[in-house]
Design a protein around this ligand. Structure first.
Ligand code: MOS
Length: 753
């Protein structure tokens, strides 16, 4: 029986619902101490002194300073600019200036509170506007952290030749991940080796960063994932920092050290989504054909480089949306501010680019006298078209298909014509968005990573999938087992997937970028082919038959239609007679994929997933509150390996995007986050969830495993513009920035009057 396409029960279901799952905070080691962080109290300045107050009995605690870092005082990511412990210039509030550890969490916190931090204050740069003005320079000569530019055709002459030009400026806000489980990590040293376990997406990122910090080679560092209660990108880069704190403290005090953040600490000091400001100038012909797109795409990077160049790059590549346009220019820049560094968050720059383009395209459609639906039908990318980077799309292009599917299922045209005023002050409207998401790393990323996975025969008669790709609640480990089972032809009960630990699993690359199913699935297919060949060769000797006639069927080894043995018995006897067998393979980009990092031209991603969201909203014109009673989500993922979990990704991502669109607001003053608890940082709950109709569209990708692409981030891209467009349909108010809080909507309405 095939397992791909079935709603196989998640690998982690039972342990999670029974409470057996071991999260970072459940880890208790003998003699374990607890760490706490002394932080810079201001957004920008110079550290003057640290005084250990005599009010605390310092003999009960350990203190670690920058001098206690045996390697390099930096958290290695793309650049080496982020120090683990700040010594000179403070670049954002909350940077670590000192680390403390003590036998209990309470004592560690008391110790941290007993350190007086004295700083010389400097004027901070807190907004992108201040950063651009560069009156205060905090990064290079112009505060620009990174730039990139996409050029296709001749935009200026295309714009001047256009029948209509539509301009608009759009802004998107910050967003905190609010994974249910806050960041947590434990580190211990034993015999010159470092062992780290905690909540993370990318064990090898942590391992590399720890090696730079400690000077210990990676083969003496083991990084193990604990059960992760959600990550959404927030545990892509930050865990390297937390692991660094724990490792340095543990080395200093000689005990295992654990740090688990409280919610307020997690909200204030960990990475968030980059806020954006995007300007569009779009030229369109009388018949509604796009002729030119001129786009400026700007991000607020925060205080350090971290992952910003890659977020900027993905945003720039998605900035023109899923449209065919002969002339496109995208100028992208990220600016430094004295705020905690922004980082990875589901979508990774693409939502910040797709909200603007999708709201803008509704305006362009209106200017051209076309309905939002008709405009997109005419202009969306189809097979044979080229994207903004000049990538020719040869297959698996589902823009039109998801558009028609969403329109048909929602009866979009009928809803769009229908009732506006329903009762009293309530107005109802419907809007849509069309979007795509590149699966895998940008450009030559996957060619550089060469993500590895392995299959190994286990002496007890099972097969293990060895991968560093983590399950953070998205279901990756279930999906990988489903694919491996079918690729081998075996029952899924025979396929295990041990917890990723860098001591035992190959470097699969990070668990990010909607890459796991597509990339790991392809690698596992290669492993499976070799493993089967090895087992059949062994079996042919054992049973005296020709290997070509052998196959697996469920739990059995078959010779033609004849059952020869239990598959698990065959594996056991292989292990007994021949010993350990494992096969490791790595990902290779399909041939013909070409990307030029310098000119930003070529095949930006191996392939894209496509989506169309329709949102129905109700706006209360007395209170300016927005409700989203219904949404239709048509999303193409190539092949749904586990349809129920895929729908879960789509619905969860949609609700997360609804929060970003309507309510989530990171409120700061003087560079310090004030909305630091769930009473003040409001996320949607089940009460805010629309009734969602999820339509999984399968437009297979010939180079993906069983046709699969990615679906992790796609659902984050569409809801905000669909909701904004629906608000316009309901009220006539054009919303150009999110979150669309009642206050903001009221302001926009007043401005219109
Ligand atoms: Mo991600 S936002 O690619 O973890």
């Amino acid at each position: 029986m095939p397992f791909v396409g079935e709603n196989v029960v998640r690998t982690d279901a039972v342990e999670k619902v029974t409470g057996a799952a071991r999260y970072a905070d459940d880890i208790v080691l003998p003699g374990m101490w607890h760490g706490a962080v002394v932080r810079a109290p201001i957004a920008r300045g110079r550290l003057r002194s640290l005084t250990l107050s005599p009010s605390f009995e310092w003999g009960r605690a350990a203190v670690a300073r920058a001098e206690d870092i045996p390697g390099k005082n930096c958290v290695a990511m793309i650049e080496d600019d982020l120090p683990l412990i700040v010594t000179g210039e403070i670049r954002h509030a909350g940077e670590a200036v000192l680390l403390v550890a003590a036998p209990t969490r309470e004592l560690a916190r008391a110790a941290a509170a007993a350190v007086e931090v004295e700083c010389e204050q400097l004027a901070p740069v807190l907004t992108m506007d201040e950063a651009k003005a560069a009156a205060i320079k905090i990064f290079g000569s112009d505060n620009v952290v990174h730039r990139c530019e996409i050029q296709k055709g001749d935009v200026d002459s295309a714009l001047s030749g256009a029948d209509l030009v539509v301009e608009g400026t759009y802004e998107t806000g910050s967003q905190e991940h609010i994974y249910i489980e806050t960041q947590g990590m434990v580190a211990r040293w034993e015999g010159g080796r470092l062992f780290v376990e905690g909540s993370m997406q990318c064990p090898y990122y942590v391992s590399r960063a720890l090696s730079v910090l400690t000077g210990v080679p990676e083969d003496r560092i083991s990084v193990r994932q604990s059960v992760v209660g959600g990550a959404f990108g927030g545990k892509e880069d930050y865990p390297s920092i937390l692991a660094g704190y724990c490792a340095i403290l543990s080395r200093k005090c000689g005990h295992p050290v654990k740090i688990v953040y409280d919610r307020d600490e997690d909200i204030r000091f960990t990475t968030k989504r980059h806020p954006s400001r995007v300007r569009h100038r779009t030229g369109v012909a009388k018949d509604g054909t796009l002729v030119a797109m001129d786009i400026s795409f700007e991000l607020d990077a925060g205080a350090y480089v971290t992952l910003t160049p890659v977020v900027l790059s993905r945003g720039a590549i998605h900035a023109a949306g899923p449209y065919r346009c002969p002339s496109v220019r995208v100028r992208a820049a990220a600016y430094a501010t004295n705020t905690p560094p922004n980082g990875a968050f589901r979508g990774f720059g693409a939502p910040q680019a797709l909200f603007p383009v999708e709201v803008h395209m509704d305006r362009v459609a209106e200017a051209a006298g076309l309905s939002p639906l008709e405009f997109r039908r005419r202009n969306c990318l189809k097979v044979g078209d080229t994207t903004a980077t000049g990538q020719r799309l040869t297959e698996s292009v589902a823009a039109l298909r998801v558009l028609e599917e969403a329109a048909r299922r929602s009866k979009f045209e009928r809803l769009a014509k229908g009732h506006k005023k329903i009762s009293g002050a309530i107005r109802r409207g419907v809007g849509l968005s069309l979007f795509m998401h590149g699966a895998g790393f940008t450009g030559s990323g996957e060619a550089v990573l060469r993500g590895k996975a392995a299959l190994r025969l286990e002496p007890e008669g099972k097969i293990s999938v060895l991968t560093a790709c983590t399950d953070m609640g998205q279901g990756a480990h279930t999906v990988l087992r489903q694919m491996a089972a079918d690729q081998l032809g075996l029952d899924i009960g025979l396929i295990e997937l041990p917890t990723p630990d860098t001591a035992y699993v190959p470097d699969s690359g990070p668990t990010v970028a909607s890459r796991t199913t597509m990339i790991m699935g392809s690698v596992l297919a290669k492993c499976a082919a070799k493993l089967r060949a090895e087992l059949f060769e062994f079996a042919s000797g054992e049973f005296g038959v020709r290997p070509e006639r052998l196959s697996f069927e469920g739990g059995a080894l078959m010779h033609g239609r004849k059952r020869l043995a239990d598959a698990s018995e065959l594996i056991r006897s292989y292990a007994f007679k021949r010993g350990v067998y494992s096969v490791t393979e790595e990902y290779e980009l399909p041939p013909g994929i070409k990307w030029d990092e310098k000119s930003y031209r070529g095949d930006a991603y191996p392939t894209y997933s496509w989506g169309c969201d329709v949102a129905e909203v109700e706006v209360d014109m007395d209170t300016f509150e927005v409700r989203v009673p219904r949404m239709w989500l048509a999303q193409d993922l190539g092949r749904a390996i586990n349809p129920l979990m895929a729908a879960g990704q789509v619905e969860g991502g949609t609700l997360q995007a609804l929060g970003w669109a309507l309510m989530e607001r990171v409120a700061s003053s003087s560079g310090i986050v004030r909305s630091d608890r769930l009473q003040t940082y409001i996320i949607p709950t089940s009460a805010d969830a629309p009734e969602m109709e999820t339509i999984l569209v399968e437009e297979p990708y010939s180079r993906g495993p069983m046709g699969a692409k990615g679906v992790g981030e796609l659902p984050m891209d569409g809801p905000a513009p669909a909701i904004a467009n629906a608000i316009y349909a309901a009220t006539g108010i054009r919303v150009s920035s999110i979150p669309i809080t009642p206050e903001r909507l009221y302001e926009e309405w007043r401005r219109m009057k």
